[in-house]
Ligand binder design. Structure first.
Ligand code: MN
Length: 752
């Protein structure tokens, strides 16, 4: 990291020394309460060891490198609530990987636990540094999850490390910014969420959005800033009567308004298809009660009662996560009430303890382990146990698993009861079969249906909170591929997938024998070379798929007669790679070279000379001016995606070697097909007005328009050719200005 130091950096050695010492003292202060005898010496030793080891290194920003481990240690202590051992590990976290210091040195100078944590941190290399294939990256994600199971401190320090990298992403080049930001949304922020670190998760997502969707981010941030005063005034007006009555009831509390995170505002705008001005809950009111543990539940409900005496609650929006905490340990009461001026306002009520858990998650649980909430402990333990079980299974496809795991995270939870009255927490949308797998995999494998509240239902039945479920099994039952279409939990899905894979593996064994015999008849054999040629010819991405195809008859081995034979070597008939439209397989180097310009060169898109062959992704339909990247697929060449495409994080995080830097050309000769969806009041002549703007005023080329009208509201889809993003924006502004138009938005995906 020491090269390419920014020129704007101009601190003297003296200044730097002061800054470093100031940071170190701040770390000491943060730890003060928890420092035992000898701790301070060890911490000092770790600091000096790291300082010396990174002596000649600088960060991209030009700063001395040691400021990074110092910052990571402070985040670990102040924001995650970890103790002195973790602070020592955070100070040393980059030494084994980047300097002369070895693990043995660390074990000798400190102790075994410290060395073990640093070993874990070193093993999770930054995915960005892994060039090459997907399996390596997937393997790395698996490692991240496995270390979590081993010692959660490793992943907590890793999260601190990642958060600091995200906070200082500014000085990286664009390509690295995109990769690091995608990786963060792909794996780190979901993990922070799962571990209950809401603050960190939220900051990570905001920072990632700043780099993957800079325009939207800046616009929402500006809007938030512009409306801050009004919001402050409203919050004060809302809080004032509450304060008096809460205090009058003998409650000791803190109350304040908090703006929502930028990414969550954006998600709302997208989900509800509304503009910034129409998002009603830009902030939430938070009440933190200073109650002793034995009174906290009672006090929270008391506060609820006081609030709803003053403001009317929405009956649909009461969430009691105190009686039944969320799976990640979150506890609070949430309600939405009608505030002054007819605005809905969300109010969150928590005790100080609950608040610390909401902010520091897992680490706070340890702190309170002695307390009354061992129920939470066991919930986290069983989550870790389940993670370990899945990851240790050799048939688990890690990329797949993470995808399912993430889906589990972001949905709401429902509560289901067993016939004996035990409660299980499942994600919303879970089916009877998910419930069966949640109880026990064996039960899931054998289930054929269930009685829900004494009524017979099929496995596909969606459960509702409060349902009581009795699973019905049969010893003859076997899991089938179709189960995957209605299961929603990651645990059940991975169990069924593994079962099917195991079955396929047995079938594939037969295919392998068939192929072996056939090759022997041809006086050849199953060499690595021949296998590659045969897989290539039948367009199979792995030997396993080939064997399976042979066994099931999908692959016809009679076609082997088209091969040329040199001794034992078989050569497949020649084919035209670029016209090969088969399912994408991993590219070999030769193919990549054919498609791409020289290494590191930027691919310029939208050039009228048409030198580069590329395709615009259907999923996000980029146009000139959008932030984009290229993705190489075998047989299809280069596909261009927007960095804010819903597939982007997955592609960037997992397939680094297939990502190509791209930029739009200044040449605006090429027109792109793009679309807008427009909603408004159905009025005579509305179509006329729209076409006038497009073809008349703006002289744009319209390809199609379809309008649906219902109960006085029309919804239209208009496809136009535009040269760049500015032109599309101009169109949106002009259309929005027409009478009776309610909303207008760019279409993300025209195939839906
Ligand atoms: Mn680091």
């Amino acid at each position: 990291m020491q090269n390419e130091v920014l020129l704007s950096y101009d601190k003297t050695d003296e200044d730097e020394k002061k800054i470093i010492l100031r940071e170190y003292r701040a770390l000491l202060r943060a730890l003060k309460l928890s420092l035992k005898k000898g701790d301070k010496t060890m911490l000092r030793q770790a600091f000096e060891m790291a300082l010396e080891a990174h002596r000649h290194m600088r960060r991209k920003s030009g700063e001395p490198y040691i400021l990074h481990p110092l910052a990571v240690a402070r985040i670990a202590v102040e924001e995650i609530g970890l103790g002195v051992t973790s602070a020592i590990c955070a100070l040393l976290h980059d030494t084994v990987e980047d300097t002369e210091i070895s693990l043995e040195d660390i074990e000798r100078e400190f102790n075994k636990p410290v060395a073990k944590i640093i070993d874990g941190l070193t093993k999770i290399s930054n995915v960005v540094d892994i060039k090459g294939d997907t399996t390596l990256q997937a393997e790395n994600f698996r490692k991240i999850l496995l270390t979590l199971v081993d010692d959660p401190r490793v992943i907590l320090i890793k999260l601190a490390d990642r958060l600091h990298n995200m906070r200082t992403l500014e000085s990286m080049n664009r390509e690295k910014q995109l990769k690091i930001a995608s990786e963060t949304t792909y794996i780190y922020s979901p993990l922070a969420h799962r571990l209950g670190l809401y603050e960190i998760k939220s900051e990570m997502e905001d920072l990632a959005m700043k780099y993957t969707q800079p325009d939207t981010y800046v616009e929402i941030a500006r809007n938030l800033k512009e409306t801050r005063r009004d919001r402050g005034r409203y919050i004060n007006e809302f809080i004032k009567p509450l304060k008096e009555v809460l205090a009058g009831n003998g409650l000791d509390f803190e109350i304040y308004g908090r703006p929502k995170a930028i990414h969550s505002i954006f998600n709302k705008m997208k989900a509800k298809k509304v503009t910034f001005d129409e998002v009603y809950d830009l902030f939430a009111i938070r009440i933190i009660l200073k109650s002793p543990p034995e009174r906290e539940k009672e006090d929270c409900w008391k506060a609820y009662s006081v609030i709803t005496d003053i403001y009317h609650p929405s009956t649909e929006r009461l969430r009691d996560w105190i009686s039944v905490p969320k799976g990640n340990g979150y506890e609070a009461l949430h309600t939405t009430v009608m505030g002054p001026g007819g605005r809905w306002v969300e109010v969150q009520i928590r005790s100080e303890r609950m608040n610390e858990i909401a902010e520091k998650g897992l680490a706070a649980h340890w702190k309170y382990k002695e307390g009354a909430i061992s129920q939470q402990e066991s919930k986290l333990d069983s989550f870790l146990e389940h993670l370990r079980e899945i990851l240790n299974n050799p048939y688990t496809d890690t990329i797949d698993f993470i995808q399912d795991f993430k889906l589990d995270l972001f949905t709401e939870e429902i509560y289901i009861y067993t016939p004996k009255g035990d409660m299980r927490v499942l994600p919303k949308g879970a089916t009877v079969l998910d419930f069966a797998f949640d109880i026990h995999s064996e039960l899931g494998m054998k289930s054929i249906g269930a009685k829900v509240n004494y009524k017979l239902v099929p496995l596909t039945h969606h459960l509702q909170s409060g349902d009581q479920v009795e699973v019905i099994t049969s010893s003859k039952q076997k899991p089938g591929e179709e189960w995957l279409s209605f299961l929603v939990t990651a645990k059940a899905k991975s169990k069924v997938k593994n079962y099917i894979k195991e079955g396929r593996r047995k079938v594939a064994e037969e295919g392998k024998i068939t192929l072996k015999n056939r090759l022997e008849q041809m006086h050849s054999h199953l060499s690595h070379f021949n296998l590659n040629e045969i897989c290539g010819y039948y367009k199979k991405s792995s030997a396993h798929d080939l064997y399976y195809g042979i066994a099931t008859g999908a692959v016809d081995l009679n076609e082997l007669k088209n091969f040329t034979q040199h001794g034992e070597k078989l050569l497949q008939p020649a084919k035209d790679i670029l016209n090969d439209t088969a399912t994408p397989t991993l590219l070999n180097e030769e193919e990549v070279k054919k498609i791409l310009p020289a290494k590191g060169e930027l691919v310029i898109l939208g050039d009228s000379t048409g030198k580069i062959n590329y395709k615009l992704a259907q999923c996000c339909q980029p146009i000139n001016g959008d932030n984009v990247f290229g993705f190489v697929t075998s047989g299809e060449g280069l596909t261009i995606h927007r960095t804010d495409c819903h597939n982007a994080a997955k592609l960037l995080a997992n397939y680094g070697h297939k990502i190509i830097k791209t930029k739009w050309s200044k040449d605006k000769a090429i027109a792109f097909l793009s679309g807008v969806r427009i909603i408004g009041l159905d009025d005579v002549g509305v179509i006329q007005k729209i076409t006038n703007v497009i073809s008349g005023d703006l002289k744009m080329n319209m390809r199609s328009m379809s309008i649906d009208s219902n109960d006085g509201i029309f919804e239209g889809t208009i496809m136009v050719y535009v040269h760049d993003r500015d032109e599309l924006n101009k169109l949106c502004i002009r259309l929005a200005a027409l009478d009776g138009i309610q909303s207008i938005e760019r279409i993300e995906n025209t195939t839906v």
